[in-house]
Design a protein around this ligand. Sequence first.
Ligand code: F3S
Length: 255
Amino acid sequence: MSTKTTIRIQRFNPDKDKKPYFDEFVIEPTPDTTVLDALHMVKADQDGSVTFRRSCRHAICGSCAMNVNGSNMLVCKTPLRSVTDKKGVVTIRPLPYLPIIKDLVVDRSSFWKQYQRVKPWLIAPDDVPEQEFRVSPEEVKALNDAETCIMCGACYSSCQVIAMNKEYIGPHALLKAFLRVLDPRDTAPAERLADLAGYDGVYRCHTIFNCIDACPKGLNPTQAIETLRKLAQRRLAFEEERKARQQTIKEPISV
Ligand code: F3S
């Protein structure tokens, strides 16, 4: 890696620019510099107007998802040298298919709207136990992926269905819906599945798989969508199975 790296940043200020353009900044990274560090170096030393979102710097908050050399990723966990090309250049754009607020900051309103739509909260039984629900290790394991999602938007903005149709629920929200539908504590799987099976739900997914490639946590929204499709076809039977499971969910698990 050369001692200098050129950071190409897509710039756009809707108050004065007609269309996006690129600015280039040359920095001297260390072997440990991340893409986010590089953006901070540019902002601190060369142009304070470069605008981007970030928060935790530990791949937990999901704020810093951006498009680097054509792929969506979390820039805080991406070493700069891993994305520097042979000419010593890294190109950073905002997440695709979303309205740009400024430079690398996008408007995620449609992302959050779809998240709210799937009711990502638990609809618990009326008789919540005094102590805890007894969920089996197998049930927990099935939900692990969906729990791990940090809502960064990398999958959402890589999906070409979203590019065409913002009414599609999207891989992020369908993964959260999967979490609630499969959660043995939840009492409304049939109602949830009826909504997910609608015009802009699970059948709108074209199994493009971009969401899997984009996920910085290695999750598989496509598999969750496939499971939801199967369950949607037998949602009333699934609800009966859930009711039966809830008879036992407050009892100790037999091992
Ligand atoms: Fe989109 Fe992923 Fe389906 S990229 S079309 S949600 S497989």
